[in-house]
Design a protein around this ligand. Structure first.
Ligand code: ADP
Ligand code: 5SP
Length: 476
């Protein structure tokens, strides 16, 4: 255990793509008392799959690292990577590994679904999002088409966070935030869409109940984790919605998150409906909305380029005219699921450090291009970007965001905003408070401020031209 606590303790969990992180937090002050982290494994190549059983083990390991503090918690909540398809049989066992958000194999199914149910505009208006390959509905359609026996054996479908919540509580519960990334929860009605479910051959009985914001999922029933039996369990949410809670976001404050995925988002009071599909019209975990754009190639892609060049991730160099679109895993924003990385403008005098800088530029460009679409009238044009996620610890990431956005940047001191947001949700449930107000009281968004710099228009234009001219290659 680290610091001393004054108030009741709560646990916040972030079950993200690469690892599970757990924080034990003083619900009154927000002081982090203990922390733990345990890795996941994700299959390589085209398939991006993980064993849900490993998430459960990793949760146990991360909690065990928190020592006695976790055993003293009064409430807990789980934030998890969005969209993943966890298909369970009648005994509650996974029928196969989970298909993750960044698995682009369902691209043909996504295109078919969009066409079959009225086109992109109709989807945006009804569901709030145009369902790209990331969405659970496209993953389910892929499973039916490619592994019919697994689909036939499926009795229940869960998202990563509600799979873990169910193992903790024995209750089948999700929340509006994570449900809004399925493609079968319609933002226009704030409920499961019976017609879409029928279209994809999935019974509503197979899905969890959607808890209302502030409602509990249940209490801890599982015996094998170092948690007190009977502790309150909040409904949890998707990891981006949890981070929005963790920052105590007010409408219009833009966030840029640099993790396995790159995301840009803001809380909005208006229900989003972007027919281009760039912006996913998610619900947040309270009662508002979370328009968000997500890239597949962020910290892992840039780290891979650094490794290929044999350089430290901070060993970037300015100058030169090379442009890189580091779409190593295909890309979601822009929607180019079949893309691979593209380099243009290589010269004899291009240095390895410039090539590495070009990888950062390409990853940040893809996110910033979507930012204007994400932000609505609630957002001030010069509002500082809140920079979070593992990449926010890196100088090269931060300076690239400043140079290409032209905006002031704030890097919150608090690490692990997803887990902190889950902790704020647990504290809100325990103390009967708005979780975002809890996080604001904890001061989680406070951090180093970096002033705006003039935008590097030349680098931006090079990337925009490379994207436009390279489209045929990127679509292959
Ligand atoms: N000091 C650092 N500087 C730059 N990047 C970092 C640093 N520490 C971690 N990272 C990056 O953070 C990433 C993990 O971010 P995180 O937000 O924890 O991921 P996720 O939650 O998506 O699993 C790693 O891929 C790594 O590249
Ligand atoms: O698909 C999305 C958002 O729509 C991703 O942001 C996932 O939620 C995975 O998040 P990380 O593991 O990168 O935090």
């Amino acid at each position: 255990m680290g610091a001393q606590s004054a108030g009741p303790l709560v646990v916040g969990v972030d079950s993200s793509t690469q690892s599970t992180k757990a924080l034990v937090v003083d619900a009154t002050t927000g002081v982090v008392i203990a922390r733990g982290q345990a890795p996941h494994t994700v299959s390589g190549g085209d398939a991006k799959e993980s064993d849900p059983g490993r998430w459960w083990q990793a949760l146990g390991e991360a909690l065990a690292q928190c020592g006695d503090a976790a055993r003293q918690a009064s409430a807990l909540s789980v934030g998890g990577q969005q969209h993943g398809l966890v298909a369970l049989d009648a005994a509650g066992e996974p029928v196969r590994p989970a298909l993750l958000w960044n698995d682009v194999r369902p691209a043909p199914q996504s295109e078919r679904l969009i066409a079959e149910l009225g086109g992109a505009k109709a989807w945006a208006q009804r569901v709030g999002s145009v369902p790209g390959p990331a969405f659970t509905v496209a993953k389910w359609a892929w499973l039916r088409a490619n592994e019919p026996a697994a689909a036939a054996a499926t009795a229940a479908v869960r998202l990563p966070h509600d799979y873990l919540t169910e193992r903790l509580t024995g209750e089948s519960v999700t929340d509006r935030g994570d449900a809004s990334g399925t493609g079968w929860w319609a933002s226009s009605t704030e409920s499961y869409d019976a017609e879409i479910l029928e279209h994809v051959g999935l019974s509503p009985e197979a899905l969890p109940r959607v808890a209302l914001p502030g409602e509990a999922a249940g209490t801890v029933h599982a015996d094998e984790l170092p948690l007190p039996h009977g502790a309150l369990v909040a409904a949890g949410t998707g990891d981006n919605m949890a981070a929005a809670l963790g920052l105590g976001l007010r409408p219009g404050q833009p966030v840029l998150s640099l993790g396995t995925s790159g995301t840009v988002y803001a809380v909005s009071t208006h229900r989003p409906a972007d027919p281009t599909g760039t912006v996913a019209g998610f619900a947040d975990a309270r009662g508002d909305w979370l328009p968000l754009a997500c890239t597949l190639n962020c910290t892992l892609a840039v780290d891979r380029v650094a490794a290929l060049l044999g350089r430290d991730r901070e060993a970037v160099e300015a100058g030169g005219e090379v442009a890189m679109l580091p779409f190593l895993d295909g890309e979601r924003t822009p929607n180019l699921p079949g893309a691979s990385g593209l380099v243009h403008g290589l010269r004899h005098d291009t240095t390895a450090g410039q090539l590495l800088q070009a990888a950062y530029d390409g990853a940040v460009f893809a996110l910033l291009q979507a930012l204007d679409r994400v932000l609505d009238a609630d957002a001030a044009p010069d509002a500082p970007l809140l920079l979070i996620g593992g990449g926010a610890k890196g100088r090269a990431w931060r300076e690239t965001v400043r140079r290409l956005s032209g905006r002031p940047v704030v890097v919150p001191e608090a690490q692990e905003l997803v887990a902190l947001g889950a902790a704020a949700q647990a504290a809100g449930l325990l103390l009967e408070e708005d979780p975002a107000a809890v996080a604001r009281r904890w001061g989680t968004a406070r951090g180093a401020e970096y002033e705006a710099q003039p935008r590097d228009v030349a680098a931006w234009d090079r990337l925009a031209t490379t994207l436009a001219d390279g489209e045929a290659l990127l679509r292959r």
